[in-house]
Ligand binder design. Structure first.
Ligand code: PMP
Length: 446
């Protein structure tokens, strides 16, 4: 094993980046903590990568994985074949998404897959009901939907697109419902909700309503910087989509299964999407798994199509992988039995309050925001103008390095520091995270 990473290329970083976190090597995990190569146990303030919702080293999940390996390590689900775990899990997901009216599940291996599936199913739906001219997607300028060509095409941030262009034709982007920074300088949440919904309507009309397949967005933006929309946003967006027949795709890869403080992100706004994308928290990352869940409208449209257009020519060797499904079943039992969404709501609120008290006065802390256990610290050069810090300055990395020294892993992302710990955390871990960040800012942000 090469100690200096001669053979590994890490995602999302330039191979020669001096700010890369090459010194971090994680060797073990347990509960809300992970251990680094030096033997220190650190609070996992990032929950792996927004995904280790039930915590590390859960015997219930590990035992389910081991039992499944002994029973059936793998078999395909193409052409009508199935196995017990994939049937059990799809029933479980449909039961859990009953309030959202979901009907069918398509499995894959992660979030990018789940988004790709959603985008393709949306187009297939329109073809199946005889409206093949509906092929366009509308998404948000700061949204993140993974790295496949479909997801990257609807991604907002250009950094995910420019190196790989040309992207998919027919993808247009509108503004994010972000109170702190928006093109209207609007600071009234209610008004902002209306402005954003009006912009969606204007874009649909501009494109031609009969050319738009779907609007895709995260219920709460994660990678874009944890942006929580106003209370009226999702109901208004749903109404605009309904007015023009546009499908609503909720990318719940981060928000699915409890992270936002509700079982699903859209549930927090009392809204149902037509398609939901899941991964990450579906099985807390123990084995890669993605799922795309489709409501009755979309399912019926495709099922009722009598031609080959109704055939699902989309799926992966690892669709419904039995070991990943077994991990998910055990994980979702924990999520429900321990009511992890409720713990995420309580601990998230506590952490946001404590962070606000501890950090608000530091000159570089622009905004502290979040919902449930998705939190972000927005870093600025000027609190009044809200000018973001230079993302190349390494400032966020320096704060993260001090936090690490103090026993906490946080995630520096350009102009933000992101927190997304396991949903099992308690006051002890919250206090350690707050203390470590306070130390970081008091040393770096003077
Ligand atoms: N959608 C969202 C909202 C995400 O946050 C992510 C990953 N962070 C993805 C899709 C892509 O998931 P994956 O990395 O598992 O492909």
């Amino acid at each position: 094993m090469s100690e200096n990473k001669q053979t590994l290329w890490n995602p999302m970083v330039h191979p020669g980046d001096p700010n890369a976190r090459n010194h971090i090597q994680i060797v073990k995990g347990d509960g809300n903590y992970v251990q680094n190569r030096e033997g220190n146990w650190l609070v996992d303030g990032v929950g792996g990568l927004w995904n280790v919702n039930a915590g590390h080293n859960r015997s219930e999940i590990k035992d389910a994985i081991k039992a499944q390996l002994d029973e059936l390590e793998y078999f395909q689900i193409f052409d009508g074949i199935s196995h017990p775990r994939v049937l059990e899990l799809s029933d479980m997901i449909i039961e859990m998404t009953k309030p959202e009216g979901m009907a069918k599940v398509m499995f894959s291996s992660g979030g990018s897959d789940a988004v790709e599936t959603a985008l393709k199913v949306a187009r297939q739906y329109w073809k199946a009901i005889g409206q093949s001219q509906r092929y366009k997607y509308i998404s948000l300028k700061q949204g993140y939907h993974g790295v496949h060509f479909g997801g990257a095409s609807v991604n907002g941030n250009t950094v995910f697109r420019t190196n790989y262009e040309p992207m998919l034709p027919g993808c247009v982007h509108i503004d994010t419902p972000w109170l702190y920074r928006n093109p209207w300088n609007c600071e009234n949440p209610e008004e902002l909700g209306h402005l954003c919904a009006k912009q969606l309507e204007a874009e649909i009309l501009f494109q031609g309503p009969d050319t738009v397949a779907a609007f895709i967005a995260e219920p709460i933006q994660g990678a874009g910087g944890v942006i929580v929309p106003p209370a009226n946003y999702w109901p208004l967006i749903r109404a605009v989509c309904d007015k023009y027949g546009v499908l609503l795709i909720a990318d719940e890869v981060v928000t699915g299964f409890g992270r936002s403080g509700n079982m699903f992100g859209v549930r927090g706004w009392g809204v149902a999407a037509d398609i939901q994308c899941f991964a990450k928290g579906i099985n807390s990352g123990y084995i890669p798994l993605g799922a795309t869940v489709i409501n009755e409208r979309v399912a019926q449209g495709i099922e009722n199509c009598q031609s080959f257009t109704g055939a699902l020519m989309h799926g992966y060797t690892y669709s419904g992988h039995p070991v990943a499904c077994a991990a998910a079943i055990a994980n979702l039992k924990i999520v429900q039995d321990e009511d992890l969404p409720a713990n995420a709501a309580v601990q998230g609120q506590d952490m946001l309050t404590k962070l606000t008290n501890a950090l608000s006065d530091f000159p570089s802390v622009g905004e502290l925001r979040g919902m449930g256990l998705m939190l972000a610290i927005d870093l600025v050069t000027d609190k009044t103008t809200r000018e973001p810090i230079d993302p190349m300055s390494g400032f966020a990395n320096k704060i993260a390095a001090v936090a690490m020294r103090e026993g906490v892993i946080v995630r520096p992302v350009g102009t933000k520091i992101i927190l997304s710990p396991p949903l099992t955390i308690g006051t002890e871990e919250v206090d350690k995270i707050v203390y470590a960040l306070q130390k970081g800012f008091s040393e770096i942000d003077r």
